[in-house]
Ligand binder design. Structure first.
Ligand SMILES: *Cc1c(COP(=O)(O)O)cnc(C)c1O
Length: 392
């Protein structure tokens, strides 16, 4: 089972951090490996996932969408989880770890604000102090989530450096952690960052795929042909894929954001178009210019707007276990409308990319293929932006 002891997924992953963080990562790794085997920890995590977050989430057969596209499409309803997206699976797991390590303070980075909200939520749940780093550009774009974080009793710390978005907020959060590592746990929001984060966040999100696998076997008496999920950092996708890893016939498809188009240079299609390098403590695929500087990503979906991606995805791509495709802003808006109008479910803009991708899949696959799509979040947070783009 990957990663290896040093956090490598093949050539990817690892720990590229300042010396001061090595001991903190070591402590986290040790605590996590103990917690993983601890019945009490597992029972506690299961309890909060069920009674607080609302798991298991349904696996819903999307009848009208299926008829329209000539496939059998099931939606894994992470949009119904408390706070409206899959992010809470991870923040619940990590706050329980922080409590075990007797940390008094939580920090997090956020782009769209969804991870900020999920972190502020669990900090409130356990009464810990919480600071959320956020670029000033994103603070402007995501006012509602900034307000939600504050309502939950956490502080939002504005980041004015660089492109003033998620990449810069992450850099600042790492800087804070270096300074306050004794009292503070850093809750990273996706399967990115130095080891053990990509492994740990994957394990916390893997509940998505474990449930989906049982649910599809109960409903259809067979495994799906395809799993489809959007990829920002890659946590909802890995969360869905992981339990099916050994089911070789189940094809994995990760859908990245093509932004204004792959040729425009303004996109977030890290795996489809990027190179390989080190960002935020891990070696993986990333977007860089010809001088090796990290490029600013662009996507209409703030949750996909990140120039890196989890190392396990880079590995899946390398070994051919998963395929990655890209869907642009305009197509994502079409996917958004498609699910809203066929199923009465308004999706977040991130999984709207995956929904649009089903139209491309239709052209490639045999009729009645069985598909599970991870509906990673609901669209409430995006309504304001969409109302400016779509004239209804
Ligand atoms: C944050 C977010 C994503 C992207 O993050 P991953 O780690 O790639 O899953 C996708 N969908 C929603 C709804 C999000 O909030």
């Amino acid at each position: 089972m990957l990663p290896d002891k040093k956090g490598h997924f093949g050539n990817f992953g690892g720990k590229f951090v300042p010396e001061t963080l090595m001991s903190a990562l070591g402590e986290l790794e040790k605590e996590y490996s103990l917690a993983k085997k601890d019945k009490k920890f597992k029972a506690q995590f299961a309890y909060y996932l069920k009674d607080y977050a609302g798991r298991p989430t349904p696996l819903y057969f999307a009848r009208r969408l299926s008829e329209l596209l000539g496939m059998r499409i099931y939606l894994k309803r992470e949009d119904l989880l408390h706070t409206g997206a899959h992010k809470l699976n991870n923040t619940l797991g990590q706050i329980l770890l922080a409590l075990r390590m007797k940390k008094k303070r939580i920090i997090a980075e956020t782009g769209a604000g969804q991870h900020g909200v999920a972190t502020a939520t669990v900090a409130a749940l356990f009464g810990l102090e919480c600071d959320v780093y956020m670029g000033t550009e994103d603070i402007e774009r995501q006012r509602i989530n900034v307000f939600r974080v504050k309502l939950l009793g956490a502080r939002v710390i504005p980041v004015k450096s660089g492109s003033r978005t998620l990449k810069d907020a992450t850099t600042e959060a790492i800087r804070d952690w270096v300074t306050n590592v004794n009292t503070t746990h850093y809750i990273i929001g996706s399967v990115v960052g130095p080891h053990p984060y990509p492994m740990m966040v994957r394990d916390f999100q893997a509940v998505i795929g474990r449930e989906a696998r049982q649910q599809i076997l109960a409903r259809e008496k067979r495994l799906p042909d395809y799993l489809v999920a959007c990829v920002g950092g890659g946590s909802n996708a890995i969360g869905l894929f992981h339990a099916f890893f050994k089911d070789k016939k189940v094809k994995f498809i990760g859908v990245e954001a093509a932004g204004f188009g792959l040729a425009s240079g303004k996109h977030a299609a890290t795996l489809v178009k990027g190179g390989v390098g080190v960002l935020h403590g891990t070696k993986s695929a990333l977007l860089e210019d010809k001088f090796g500087q990290i490029n600013t990503a662009h996507s209409i979906a703030a949750g996909l707007d990140y120039p890196g991606v989890g190392p396990e995805h880079a590995y899946y791509k390398k070994i051919g276990r998963a395929d990655y495709a890209a869907v642009d802003d305009k197509q994502a808006l079409e996917g958004f409308g498609l699910l809203s109008e066929t199923e009465g479910i308004i999706p977040a803009l991130e999984p709207a990319h995956a929904i649009y991708y089903l139209k491309k899949l239709k052209a490639k696959t045999k009729k009645n293929s069985l598909v599970i799509l991870c509906l990673s979040g609901r669209g409430d947070k995006d309504i304001h932006l969409i109302s400016e783009k779509l004239k209804l």
